[in-house]
Design a protein. Sequence first.
Length: 450
Amino acid sequence: MSDPKKQYPEAYAICEKFIISKQNMQEIVTRLTKEINMGLTRDTHPRATVKCFVTYVQELPTGKERGNYLALDLGGTNFRVLLVNLINDKEIDITGKTYAISRELQEGSGSKLFDFIASCLAEFCKEHKLERLNTPLGFTFSFPCKQVGIDSGTLVAWTKGFKAEGVINKNVVELLRDAVKRRGDLKVNVVAILNDTTGTLMSCAFNHRNCKIGMIVGTGSNACYVEKTVNCETFDEYRNSTKPNMIINCEWGAFGDNGVLDFIRTSYDHQVDKNSINPKKQIFEKCISGMYMGELVRLVIVELMDKQLIFKGQSSQKILVKGNFDTSFITEIESDQPGSHRNAAMVMDRLGIRTNNEKDLDCLRLICETISTRSAKLAACGLVCLINKMNVKDLTIGIDGSVYRYHPNYHTLLTESMNMLLAGSVKFELALSEDGSGRGAALIAAVCAK
Ligand code: BGC
């Protein structure tokens, strides 16, 4: 590979702005710890940015859960209906159907969105002859929700490009039940609402008994962890609960919304934020997750192209359009074997730029690596914060999301950063959690139905 530092000093200088030193990483851990404590504490919770919602999930799976459950998974561009059969302590069978959530549905009226969800559920249940069985259902709804019970969650804010009207401040379980009732052709028993991180933790805990954190790095980013119930002050029974633990949904995507991450943000981060549908919100998420990584890369490339510093003599309309550099392109480019530029050239071709200039493509790769490395470092800070908070010395972390799943080095980058911060003091395993939104929802529904 050519040396971009020499060949592309301007590009290199931009990339340097995204580098987070060890000292800054430690500072981020300290700041996040403070925000999490504010979220957990009754007095400070109302003004906390990292809300740390109690999930009402107080038990991890035992492996004894059995039976058929329905799961709904809403949290990104796809919506899924799943039938999950918990067969024994090792086997879980899942059948499901995926439906696209159009932009109209994401941004239109809330009742239309919930009517659509109910219609998909009805279609699926009819196909599987479940429409009258009142099957217990777990609703994975991956947006910040304030819960007052296992089957009650009020949407606090939309994230990840959603803005359907009339849903914020409503109990989404009621919206779902109402939509099912309006149809009149279906009987299901909605027993739980959960976040995808909670599902991920539960699903991972089914196979790894010492799983204590669930993390998502996909379209959005967030994590949940096992807290001592006595520390969960926003839970009414925190002092006298018979159950010692509670899963906390951190909603860490909002970390930084009060400015505490400004010391590491770049002008590109500010631009991404300004052009988003939720400016000044989800600041940590905007530095980490798949909805924004590609856009950060695009902004850097466009600046370099404007200055005639890369892809000289070439221009394209496509690359100028916001959102056109998909985060999956980063994954593809970084999947090129050393010395090969096959994927990189293909990606640029799709964006209207035909080139075999290896130096340019090396530079492009450097920009991609910069953005993914920073994402992984920040996610590592989050995980280390939770590990220190729990004060455990040995644990498994269940992870899911398209970035973690498909990026060729993300797992390694995360591991390296965590090792640097933890300096051997903790034994941890990062495990890909299989289908948390489906398996996790079923496991929680099983615990509730018990
Ligand atoms: C949402 C979280 C969710 C995460 C990952 C964020 O935008 O606020 O609730 O867990 O995305 O899907």
